[in-house]
Design a protein. Structure first.
Length: 180
């Protein structure tokens, strides 16, 4: 039977590793993030058929699943390289300080943290790129079927009015009253 301390030594680091690498996952787009509107007088069932066929077209046009898998692989590789690099640097500093094992463990932990965050950042960028490609293919398909795409209104930022204090009054010179 496995003792509780041995189980804890294996389960906790494995759980931390799984949580750190879970942020690197890239999910393919599940739908458009733009609004499509039917053409005037088009029945709802025809619009829904167009929508479904265009979603299918957009999903297959970009090979979203393959791209998401390769982006996830790149993110996980970034985290793994960060862990290995951190362990190596930590072992060097630990050896200089007299304990290479502790230095390697600290370096691996910090490398996993930095590599995991870099991998998660790369995964976020990849997911945004996949979504943009999906939206473009979906919009092209819907427009080709006669539907329209609602463009978001640009935000207008008006500058705050500037309030100025009135200028000070001109200097006045006072003289004593003349004596007659």
């Amino acid at each position: 039977m496995i003792s509780t301390t041995k189980l804890t030594r294996v389960v906790i680091p494995a759980g931390i590793l799984a949580l750190a690498l879970g942020g690197c996952a890239v999910v393919p787009p599940s739908g458009p993030t733009i609004v499509a509107l039917p053409q005037h007088g088009e029945p709802l069932d025809q619009f829904q058929r167009d929508d479904y066929s265009c979603r299918d077209y957009a999903f297959h046009a970009n090979n979203a699943t393959g791209a998401a898998q390769s982006a996830t692989t790149n993110s996980v590789n970034t985290a793994a390289l960060g862990t290995l690099g951190g362990a190596a640097v930590g072992a060097l500093f630990g050896a200089a300080a007299g304990n290479a094992g502790v230095g390697a463990a600290i370096g691996a932990g910090s490398g996993l943290l930095l590599g995991g965050s870099a991998g998660a950042n790369g995964a976020q960028s990849s997911a945004e790129g996949l979504q943009a490609q999906y939206n473009a293919a979906y919009a092209q398909c819907m427009i080709s079927k006669g539907n329209t795409i609602s463009q978001p209104q640009m935000r207008v930022y008006a500058p705050q009015p500037m309030y100025y204090a009135p200028p000070p009054p001109p200097p006045m010179y006072y003289a004593p009253y003349p004596v007659y």
